[in-house]
Design a protein around this ligand. Structure first.
Ligand code: FPP
Length: 247
């Protein structure tokens, strides 16, 4: 039986988040420039998006560019931005064919104009698709998002729209970029690094973490299904004891 066939279709997560890591190392191992790794990484993005859509997942969030990534060499940043523009253009039809809606989280104002324009056009074109929502984290970091959320709450309190006593974890979640999504049940990081790197810190409070050694450009549907199978073998207790969650 294939890994996909072994999956319990009734116990799939609604939301999977991925830290796509290892593009640079993949390219260097082949004696190529880092940007070559990013180009190859687009194929893996297509694979996981298709796999997630096939399985009927509701949300797939990909860490495509962090706030900290702005400090990479300008040539690499520029190459990543033009890769985004060309990928969005070439993949919009695939998103439509697979009933996928595109969304982003992160500081859009920091992105170059052409990237913003392409994203806006693609989000607009795919907005009525009701299958998978593909969320690209762009110029995103969790600490930035949390600070922005705190600022919005403070402003609503000052404007008398919100009472300080009303603020709780649920209300706070509504002030984050991810307000319309359930928290990810599963977070995957490729390339063997065991870090979270400022990604969805609030939202992964109870997520299952899955680390694998595969470098992102080598990540295929089979690897994704394997991570989901591993997830299905875990017992999620949310602070309770085993007997309580088995009931
Ligand atoms: C991490 O590898 C990868 C990134 C920072 C960028 C991810 C971008 C893509 C996969 C391509 C474009 C994406 C979309 C959605 C079109 P790294 O460069 O940190 O690798 P290293 O750790 O080996 O140096």
């Amino acid at each position: 039986m294939s890994v996909k066939e072994q999956l319990d279709k009734k116990k799939l997560p609604k939301h999977v988040a991925i830290i796509m890591d290892g593009n640079g190392r993949w390219a260097r191992k082949r004696g190529n420039a880092r940007v070559f790794g990013h180009q190859q990484g687009v194929k893996s993005v297509r694979e996981v998006t298709e796999a997630a859509a096939e399985l009927g997942l509701k949300f797939l969030t990909l860490y495509a560019f962090s706030t900290e990534n702005w400090s990479r060499p300008k040539t690499e940043v520029d190459a990543l931005m033009s890769l985004l523009v060309s990928t969005i253009s070439s993949e919009t039809k695939t998103l439509m064919d697979n009933n996928v809606k595109l969304k982003t989280i992160g500081c859009k104002e920091n992105l170059p104009g052409d990237v913003r324009d392409k994203l806006t056009a693609c989000m607009d074109q795919t907005k009525d698709n009701d299958g998978l929502t593909l969320v690209l984290a762009l110029s995103y970091s969790s600490r930035w998002e949390i600070v922005e959320g705190v600022k919005k709450i403070a402003s609503d309190v000052l404007d008398g729209k919100l009472n300080v006593d009303q603020v709780n974890a649920d209300i706070f979640s509504h002030y984050l970029e991810t307000s319309y999504m359930p928290d990810p049940e599963l977070l995957i990081r490729t390339s063997g690094e065991l870090r979270i790197s400022n990604f969805l810190l609030w939202q992964i409070a109870y997520s299952e973490l899955y680390f694998c050694n595969v470098l992102w450009p080598d990540f295929r549907k089979e690897h994704f299904f394997k991570a989901l199978l591993d997830f299905q073998g875990r017992e999620r207790r949310f602070g309770k004891i085993s007997d309580q969650v088995k009931k």
